[in-house]
Design a protein around this ligand. Structure first.
Ligand SMILES: NC(=O)c1ccc[n+]([C@@H]2O[C@H](COP(=O)([O-])OP(=O)(O)OC[C@H]3O[C@@H](n4cnc5c(N)ncnc54)[C@H](OP(=O)(O)O)[C@@H]3O)[C@@H](O)[C@H]2O)c1
Length: 193
């Protein structure tokens, strides 16, 4: 198990990619601190994590834009698990262009490397999710799939597997990397990737 004994905070874990990452982390033995705003959705994800083998999951329901909530998240996680090894901010608040994400990732990695902190990001292709169906028509979603050389959308858990690798000690020499997991979309349609 690549993450046995590691403590991970995953924000935006109540649906979509964040939920997939949570399940992938559960399978790899991580202790989980999950957040989202919709309690019912978060409870469903906790059930999936338990099925995947993670018995003890901490949840905090709230708005991550609020300072007090972020403080609570950190404090309750440290109180329960004694440390924080991994932070996965996946709540849709970090939406930015590929170029901006690249620069932000490298900047943060450079700032934190002397503290023993690695910073990497993922640039996923199309992953069907609540957000996608809210902001894109069915036709647009299908056109993204058609433009993806692998010929299908990714599952949230497939993105989770890559996050597991980057967060694990197997990637101990990787920092400042913006990892593409887009089924080849950027090869055929750079403007969409
Ligand atoms: N899906 C894709 O194809 C795709 C591709 C590339 C990049 N991305 C990026 O990946 C991110 C997540 O996308 P997704 O498709 O997984 O979306 P999603 O299914 O809508 O999930 C978004 C998550 O963020 C949480 N969230 C949003 N605002 C929050 C807030 N203020 N406080 C606390 N939690 C908040 C939501 O919680 P509640 O639902 O509980 O409110 C939910 O758990 C977005 O930044 C998106 O741009 C997605």
């Amino acid at each position: 198990m690549a993450l046995r004994g590691k403590v991970a905070i995953i924000t935006g874990a109540s649906s979509g990619i964040g939920a997939g990452i949570a399940v992938a982390f559960a399978k790899e033995g991580a202790n989980l601190s999950l957040t989202g705003r919709k309690q019912k959705n978060l409870e469903e994800v906790v059930k999936d994590c338990k099925k995947a083998g993670c018995q003890d999951v901490l949840t905090n329901v709230g708005d991550i834009t609020q300072d007090a909530f972020r403080r609570t998240l950190v404090d309750t996680t440290k109180k329960k698990f004694g440390k924080i090894d991994i932070l996965i901010p996946k709540d849709g608040l970090y939406t930015m262009s590929k170029a901006a994400l690249d620069i932000f990732t490298r900047y943060l990695a450079h700032e934190l490397v002397s503290h023993g902190v690695r910073v990497n990001s993922i640039n996923p292709g199309y992953v069907p999710s609540q957000l996608g169906s809210e902001v894109m028509t069915d036709e647009l979603q299908q056109s993204l799939i058609n433009a993806t050389p692998i010929g299908r959308a990714a599952t949230p858990e497939e993105v989770g597997h890559i996050v597991v690798f980057l967060a694990s000690d197997k990637a101990a020499f990787v920092t400042g990397e913006c990892f593409k997991a887009d089924g080849g979309l950027s090869m055929t349609t750079p403007a969409l990737a």
